[in-house]
Write a protein that binds this ligand. Structure first.
Ligand code: ACO
Length: 219
């Protein structure tokens, strides 16, 4: 209780662990980032450079330097501070207890809007077997439940077929094209805006996946 008060004076739903949920790749759990994630984060970010660079915001400096284990501490501190302020939910995606990617909910707005964006990446060693879809469904249910949001949106490049499929499977619908929206891989890239509001989710996003045979509850 005391830990919750210290960590989260104004942020319902943080910290929290989501899942577990079984998919083809294994058992997916979504949990808060930790300072000791440095080595796993660095290793997977460096191994997956070619898969990540086409879709992520342009950064400054060499990828290997930006993703050295020593770069995790300042990033972790920043994200945890933003989480304490109620602006962000920075999660790690685990498969069978191993670090396998990240799920982030950002720009959390309260008041009359109650919305946020969601973003994610998954290690190519486990892709194509339901991990991101399960993690996004767990995140959506958490945002519409304990966090108390009404709308979640995401931006995705039209050419990112895998990510578009993830969002479609969880029930996001396309709202339009944002032209030259984000500086990605050195150029301004168009992005599709997709969104989901709480009224569109029948029971829960996880239940929808389970009914479709895409995930199984873990007893
Ligand atoms: N075109 C169409 N569909 C595709 C393609 C493609 N090129 N590649 C994969 N798919 C489909 C798969 O068949 C699967 O659908 P299915 O279950 O109906 O067969 C779906 O995409 C992928 O679903 P998952 O297995 O749940 O997702 P996965 O764990 O493979 O993760 C992800 C997908 C997150 C896109 C991963 O490949 C990744 O991290 N890519 C690099 C980073 C990235 O693109 N992140 C998303 C940025 S956009 C955002 O965050 C909103």
């Amino acid at each position: 209780m005391l830990r919750w008060l210290i960590e989260s004076p104004s942020h319902p739903g943080w910290p929290a662990t989501l899942g577990p949920l079984r998919v083809d790749a294994g058992v997916v759990t979504v949990r808060p980032i930790r300072s000791r994630d440095a080595r796993a984060w660095s290793r997977l970010r460096i191994e997956n450079q070619n898969e990540l660079v086409p879709w992520e915001p342009t950064g400054t400096g060499a990828w290997s330097r930006r993703h050295a284990p020593s770069s995790w501490a300042p990033l972790h501190s920043l994200l945890r501070a933003e989480a304490r302020r109620g602006n962000v939910l920075p999660f790690v995606i685990e498969v069978d207890g191993e670090y396998a990617g990240q799920l982030t909910v950002g720009n959390i707005q309260r008041g009359a809007v109650r919305s946020a964006w969601i973003g994610y990446w998954v290690d190519s060693g486990v892709t194509g077997r339901g991990v991101a879809t399960a993690a996004v469904a767990l995140g959506v249910d958490h945002c519409f439940g304990p966090v108390g949001l009404h709308r979640i949106d995401a931006t995705v490049q039209p050419g990112n077929g895998g990510s578009r499929a993830v969002l479609r499977k969880v029930g996001f619908r396309e709202e339009g094209l944002l032209e030259r929206y984000m500086d990605v891989n050195g150029r301004w890239r168009d992005h599709l805006l997709v969104a989901l509001t709480v009224e569109e989710v029948v029971d829960s996003a996880v239940d929808t996946l389970v009914r479709a045979g895409r995930a199984q509850p873990v007893e």
